[in-house]
Design a protein around this ligand. Structure first.
Ligand code: ATP
Length: 652
């Protein structure tokens, strides 16, 4: 169902056949050679885990394996005669379940298509399961496209399966040892794997939300019962608590999470409940944001847990969207590029890959990194941020790697744990990675390769397990070309690069303004602060060199100046009016400290200007207000705020 134009990357496919994405395969080949230094000629089949090691992979998957089993059986029934085996792997590429034709056990085992086999890029190089895991897209890897010689006769079609929070759960794969040379022969197989994967996702969704009302949605009424386009789960208050993967992929409904059904569809929750009580008849409705007409069928909650009384509609609207994977959706807002970033981030999280965020200063790289941490399996562990540009070069080593007692003059007597060790189990965010000195780059590379850190003055390495997220506003590729950044570290860091758009390029400036007015208004005045159309217009037209940070500060100052009333153009600084920005060097304007200085400078300027006008007009407030283009009430409010007292009243 197209709720709006999809902003997801195109499905892997193309003229050369299904699941063909040359750049995906090419990138993987490059990593296999350069990052993992694999030997394409190595002869043995993929490693198969021992029973006890396999148990560790199967246990966390047990519930889902039971749900996915019928989908696997349907799929196997369709392709068994053509000589395929069906594998279900976890997100580490380990086959936790499989169905084969036992007549050919020996052949499957020899080919590594077996329970417990490990299909990772690190060991096997380019292969379908590893790529579906890494890129979180459906793909066929056919014959010679495989990296290692023993896999080159295989054809494998793999499709990722996502959980109800958008995180990847597993990969479903169909593989054969013998198949025609033409990759197009696999087109139908890939489609079958895809529909079995979708069946497993939907079954999992219905199972997980069995205590919730679930709305099946379809653009065509006839297909509502047999093949809905997607599902949303509602809690007892009518709030959307989850949306199925098929709708997630279209992006349009993501911002609906946490909202009441009537805010998203032209449909009252009471109608939904009524339909549920009467056995579920189709409802005709409309998606409010896109105007798309659609049909909904309610599946009532299976067993209703005894629940507290439903809150009022007003109270329901105040509830923030759920944490976890949705933290990323919240930070992505309504901007298509940010939504794609959020989807990509979910695909690569918890895969042991470093992630690079690129974007202008203040565009929200750290905020995005924090949201990624929240969305990851590490969210209960520390998030440690280090700004490489803010630490003097002489201290960066001890700050990052830590030191043992007496490691250098001035060291603390007990030594110190470095930031890398502090982030153990969690996420390490290295901001301004382009500013990291070359010697540190070498040490960091070693930490990433060996997954251990040796504090200064110590010989005992400490094992560390961190999700690394780096950020920069610089062009690292250019820095590599200039010899300022290590090529091998660059390869390690940019397995995935997410480009954060500058505020001026974001399609959701309006919504961002509203959300900042709501959040900061609540902090300052315990309520959202309004804004006039003229002031909003100025904000929308400004090009925001300091990005969201600057917008946030401008709005905070404006809120203070307006005293919590609607923000009008007069509350906005000169640069937003197209005038000269405060005289500060541009690079300083972009740091948090300097933005606060800008705020102070602005307030200081406004106070001086008001004082000057009052003096010029002999403390006649009406005259001073007219000369400044402000209302008398505003001038009085500002006088009170800035403690300007008319000399005529000093004796009061
Ligand atoms: N989507 C968002 N909604 C609301 N506030 C946001 C959003 N993204 C970022 N911010 C806020 O904008 C400010 C700047 O964000 P952040 O520090 O993440 O930017 P940055 O790109 O890391 O900047 P720098 O490169 O200078 O370190 C912060 O106050 C952050 O909370």
């Amino acid at each position: 169902m197209q709720w709006m134009a999809s902003n997801m990357p195109a499905e892997a496919g193309g003229p050369a056949g299904p699941g063909t994405d040359f750049s995906m395969i090419e990138r993987s080949r490059q990593r296999s050679f350069e990052l993992y230094r694999l030997d394409p000629g190595r002869g043995e089949p993929p490693r198969v885990l021992t029973t006890s090691a396999l148990k560790n992979h199967r246990e966390p998957m047990e519930r889902f394996m039971r749900i996915a089993r019928s989908g696997m059986e349907v799929l196997f029934g369709q392709i068994r005669e053509a000589g395929y085996v069906v594998l279900l792997t976890d997100t580490h590429g380990v086959a936790v379940d499989f169905i084969n034709n036992p007549l050919f056990d020996q052949d499957w085992r020899r080919a590594g298509l077996w329970l417990g086999s490990c299909w990772t890029e690190e060991k096997e190089g380019t292969c379908a399961v590893a790529l579906a895991n890494l890129e979180q897209r459906a793909i066929t890897v056919h014959h010679e496209e495989h990296f290692r010689a023993p896999n080159k006769k295989l054809t494998c079609s793999a499709v990722p399966i996502f959980g109800t929070d958008g995180r990847m759960l597993a990969v479903l794969d169909a593989s054969a040892i013998e198949s025609p040379d033409d990759k197009r022969s696999q087109h139908l197989v890939l489609q079958m794997v895809r529909s079995a994967a979708r069946m497993a996702e939907d079954a999992n969704f219905l199972h997980e939300f069995e205590h919730h009302s679930v709305l099946r949605l379809a653009r065509r009424r006839d297909f509502l019962e047999v093949s809905a386009d997607g599902m949303v789960a509602l809690d007892e208050a009518g709030r959307i608590v989850a949306i199925s993967q098929s709708l997630r992929e279209q992006g349009a409904l993501l911002p609906a999470l946490g909202h009441c059904i009537e805010e998203v569809f032209d449909l009252r929750f009471e109608q939904v409940m009524q339909a549920a009580h009467q056995g579920g008849y189709p409802l005709t409705t409309r998606h409010l944001a896109t105007g798309t007409q659609c049909f909904a069928l309610v599946r009532p909650p299976r067993r209703r847990p005894s629940a507290p009384a439903a809150p009022s509609a007003a109270a329901r609207r105040e509830v923030p969207p759920e944490a976890g994977a949705d933290a990323l959706q919240v930070i992505a807002g309504l901007d298509p590029q940010m939504q794609t970033n959020a989807q990509q981030a979910l695909r690569v999280l918890d895969k042991g890959l470093a992630i690079l965020l690129h974007g202008e200063s203040g565009s929200g790289k750290e905020a995005f990194a924090k949201a990624m941490h929240e969305a990851s399996a590490r969210r209960a562990q520390p998030f440690v941020a280090v700004n490489c540009a803010a630490i003097p070069e002489t201290l960066i080593e001890s700050e990052l790697f830590g030191y043992r007692e007496g490691a250098f003059t001035g060291a603390r007597s007990k030594g110190a744990r470095g930031k890398i060790a502090q982030a153990h189990g969690g996420t390490l965010f290295l901001d301004e990675i382009g500013d990291m000195p070359q010697a540190m780059q070498t040490r960091l590379l070693r930490v990433l390769a060996e997954r251990e850190v040796t504090p200064l003055g110590s010989e005992k390495p400490i094992a560390v397990d961190v999700q690394l997220i780096c950020a920069t506003h610089r062009d690292l590729r250019e820095m590599v070309a200039q010899g300022q950044f290590r090529l091998d570290l660059y390869y390690r860091l940019n397995s995935v690069t997410l480009e954060l758009p500058a505020l001026r390029d974001r399609a959701d400036k309006n919504a961002l303004i509203d959300s900042l007015l709501r959040e900061d208004g609540r902090q300052l005045y315990s309520r959202a602060v309004a804004i006039t159309a003229a002031a909003r217009d100025l904000l929308l037209r400004h090009d925001w060199p300091g990005n969201i940070r600057q917008l946030k500060n401008v709005l905070r100052t404006a809120m203070a100046l307006s005293g919590g009333e609607a923000i009008a153009p007069e509350h906005l600084p000169a640069e937003v009016h197209g005038g000269q920005p405060p005289v500060l060097p541009p690079e300083r304007m972009l740091s948090l400290g300097s933005m606060q200085e800008v705020m102070v400078a602005q307030v200081h300027d406004e106070r001086t200007a008001l004082l000057q006008a009052l003096k010029t007009h002999h403390w006649n407030v009406t005259e001073a207000a007219r000369s400044l283009g402000l209302s008398r009430a505003t001038v009085y409010r500002h006088m009170q705020r800035w403690e300007i007292v008319s000399p005529n009243r000093l004796g009061d």
